[in-house]
Design a protein around this ligand. Structure first.
Ligand code: BTN
Length: 309
């Protein structure tokens, strides 16, 4: 957002400010103040004009300026009402050298899941992809995925959902105490780099937010179903602030992940390229791999599809 507009909004959050006072404090003309106020109203911001001046009454939109305003993390936002896939667009931006950009959409027409699956992404969800250029080795990249799953689960809990994480990174809602669940969110992480260095990483969480269950695949749930509709602007802001906190402190990711893990202590089946494994999930390693106690001893699995038995 333009710096003058940001400064106007900040001034208005503390109460009414007159047009002449804004013009003087920002060193612009009164006509320019009026033009910026109109621009802000068109973008997302409900600005009332009363006897004491302009006042910010509400932020009533889900778009780039609305999400960037009061965002406690250094990301810029690119918003689309509809796009094929936010991950595709984020990859494009990453290829052009972008960093710390969030691609956000109301609807995806070609959403992509893990393992080349399709991802249903109707209007009302939270579909986003974050472009980062971290100075880390590729082996540490899974921590970014775990970090965003922690961030998603925390934001969902704040919205009133009993959210947990199923290894490696699905956010799920338990249906009883046997380990059964419905899926609320999945994450598609893609990256490019060399053997010792990540060039860019795109972390793409998809959260079934304000969506009816019958618009979702079997086994999925939504924030609407679990707790009622959420303010998506606030939800995304919370998610990005949590993600930013963990990506800058990667050592804290696994301990935070463990606290939210539904998988630990469960009997699981993991489908991995080297074959299927069955046993009890007993721990995660510092890089996010799952440790399984099998009949033949402990095995560490760094990637695969995990099912609770
Ligand atoms: C999965 O569980 O298979 C991962 C699903 C990831 C979906 C999200 S929605 C935002 C981003 N854009 C995509 O095309 N996919 C991810």
């Amino acid at each position: 957002m333009n710096e003058t507009r940001r400064a106007i909004l900040e001034a208005l959050t503390d109460g009414p400010v007159s047009g002449p006072a804004l013009a003087e404090n920002l060193d612009i003309s009164r006509a320019a103040v009026w033009k910026h106020i109109e621009g802000l109203r068109e973008a997302a911001f409900e600005i009332e004009s009363g006897p004491d001046g302009y006042e910010l009454a509400a932020v009533d939109a889900y778009n780039a300026p609305a999400v960037e305003f009061e965002l406690a993390a250094p990301f810029s936002v690119e918003y689309h009402d509809s796009i094929a896939s936010t991950n595709n667009r984020a990859r494009e931006l990453a290829g052009e050298g972008a960093t710390d950009v969030v691609v956000l959409a109301d609807e995806q027409t070609g959403g992509r899941g893990r393992l080349e699956r399709e991802w249903t992404a109707p209007s009302g969800g939270v579909w986003l992809s974050v472009v980062c250029r971290p100075d880390i080795a590729p082996a540490r990249a899974p921590l970014y995925t775990l970090a965003i799953s922690v961030a998603t689960a925390r934001a969902a809990r704040e919205a009133g959902v009993d959210a947990w994480i199923k290894w490696p990174n699905d956010v799920v809602v338990p249906t009883d105490d046997t380990g059964d669940y419905r899926k609320l969110s999945g994450i598609l992480t893609e990256m490019e780099g060399e053997t010792d260095r990540v060039e860019w990483i795109v972390v793409g969480p998809g959260i079934n937010a304000n969506i009816d269950a019958d618009a979702l695949p079997a086994g999925a749930t939504s924030i609407r179903e679990e707790a009622g509709d959420v303010d998506r602007r606030r939800f995304v802001q919370r998610l990005l602030a949590e993600f930013d906190r963990y990506r800058t402190d990667l050592e804290a990711v696994v301990p935070a992940w463990r606290e939210l893990a539904l998988t630990l202590g469960q009997r699981v089946r993991v489908d991995r390229p080297a074959g299927e494994l069955v046993g009890e999930a007993v721990d995660v390693t510092g890089s996010g791999a799952l440790v399984i106690e099998t009949d033949d001893g402990r095995v560490t699995v760094s990637a695969g599809d995990c099912e609770h038995l």
